[in-house]
Design a protein around this ligand. Structure first.
Ligand code: 13P
Length: 250
């Protein structure tokens, strides 16, 4: 059975005190739940966050990782570094990395392979732009993004991957894909994985939706058959909103 997940991508928000406060608020309110809960604070606070969440059901994950082992890569963070502080999962391919830091599919595939080879799980993000949605080419764009990355992996690697469909036009805009639009795309992605790998791989892979998920729309989106949870930006910075979104996936 595939996992239900709610992950908070904090992006470049929260200083040390805010990181500690938010984690404490979450810890005090989260009870036993079948949902896997993840948070992705900024690099400087990952160790503090990891320590604070030990023995809880909150997993601390990274927002990004480099595709090399070590060396002269100023400003970058390696898989080995993340693992040395206890992390075992990273986001790769967030649309902000693609758009603002020019990370393309070739690079993202390298990152995925390197992370998986070094026993780090991956949440792989992808999604179409507004112009692709408007021109009706969104399935084609998503197919392309998957063809260049996930489809090049071996089927046994997919058990350590979670997919996150994040339409760029819905990220941070307050404009969410409707639950039906999310389901339509998630079902397309799952069928595509099934065609290219097999039904079992497709049934077992979690596919998250990301893009302006809020307490008010979370239940409807998560109620869809192929939506296994969410990757949450803005609403993950507020403990009460994030907790409501987790609750909506139970
Ligand atoms: P928002 O929830 O703020 O739209 O961000 C979504 C996102 O980018 C999560 O990775």
């Amino acid at each position: 059975m595939r996992k239900k997940i709610v992950a908070g991508n904090w992006k470049m928000n929260n200083d040390l005190d805010q990181t500690i406060d938010l984690i404490k608020e979450l810890k005090s309110a989260i009870s036993k739940t079948e949902v896997d809960i993840m948070i992705a604070p900024s690099f400087p606070f990952l160790k503090v966050a990891f320590d604070l969440t030990e023995n809880t059901n909150i997993e601390v994950i990274s927002q990004n990782v480099n595709e090399n082992n070590s060396g002269a890569f100023t400003g970058e963070v390696s898989v080995k570094m993340l693992k040395s502080i206890g992390l075992s999962t990273t986001l790769i391919g967030h649309s902000e990395r693609r758009a603002l830091y020019y990370e393309n599919d070739d690079l993202l595939l390298k990152k995925i392979n390197f992370a998986l080879e070094n026993e780090m799980n991956v949440i792989f993000c992808f999604g179409e732009e507004l112009s692709d949605r408007k021109s009706g080419k969104y399935f084609e764009v998503i197919k392309n993004q998957l063809d260049n990355t996930i489809i090049k992996l071996k089927s046994n690697q997919l058990k350590n991957i979670v997919l996150a469909y994040e339409p760029v036009w819905a990220i941070g805009t307050g404009e969410t894909a409707t639950a039906d639009q999310a389901q339509e795309m998630h079902s397309y992605i799952r069928s595509y994985i099934s065609e290219r790998f097999n039904l079992e791989v497709a049934q077992n892979i979690s596919i998250l939706y990301g893009g302006s998920v809020k307490p008010i729309n979370a239940s409807e989106i998560f109620s869809k058959a192929d939506v296994d949870g969410g990757l949450i930006g803005g609403a993950a910075l507020n403990s009460s909103d994030f907790l409501k979104i987790i609750e909506a996936n139970t």
